[in-house]
Design a protein around this ligand. Structure first.
Ligand code: FES
Length: 140
């Protein structure tokens, strides 16, 4: 099965499936959607620092520990893996996923609360403790 066929036939591509949330050490960093071609590409798009070389499941350079959740492989990984590890260059999340990667420098998805925009996601940068200012809510 080709990579694009696997992506099309993946259960998460059902119109009723929930896009998996990818967390790094507890911090929600991204919602994995059909826009992403692999977990590595999605993490790099969010400025997550992750080492890679072959980008095809051969070298093991991108090997990452899974804290919770599971992945599906786009191509058979050739690098040796433990049961709690994945190769982000050639897999996609099968469900919500938490990885043992530092969220430092990545845009983390947060939710403001205590106002009418409680469900409006915003982002903040981690690592420098400077929060991106959230919009003020003006009461009528
Ligand atoms: S970069 Fe080589 S296995 Fe992922």
């Amino acid at each position: 099965m080709t990579k694009s066929n696997l992506l099309k036939s993946h259960p998460l591509n059902s119109p009723f499936a929930k896009a998996p949330i990818v967390r790094l050490q507890g911090q929600p960093v991204l919602l994995f959607t059909q826009q992403h071609s692999s977990l590595l590409q999605a993490l790099e798009a969010k400025k997550v620092r992750i080492f890679s070389e072959c980008r095809s499941g051969f070298c093991g350079a991108c090997k990452t520990r899974i804290i919770s959740g599971s992945v599906s492989y786009l191509t058979e990984p050739l690098a040796e893996l433990n049961a709690d590890e994945c190769l982000p260059c050639c897999c996609i999340p099968s469900e919500d996923l938490e990885l043992d990667l530092s969220p430092e420098g990545a845009a983390v998805v947060t939710y403001s609360c205590g106002n009418r925009r409680a469900q409006t996601p915003s982002t903040r940068k981690t690592g420098n403790l400077k929060a991106v200012p959230q919009q003020e809510v003006v009461e009528d």
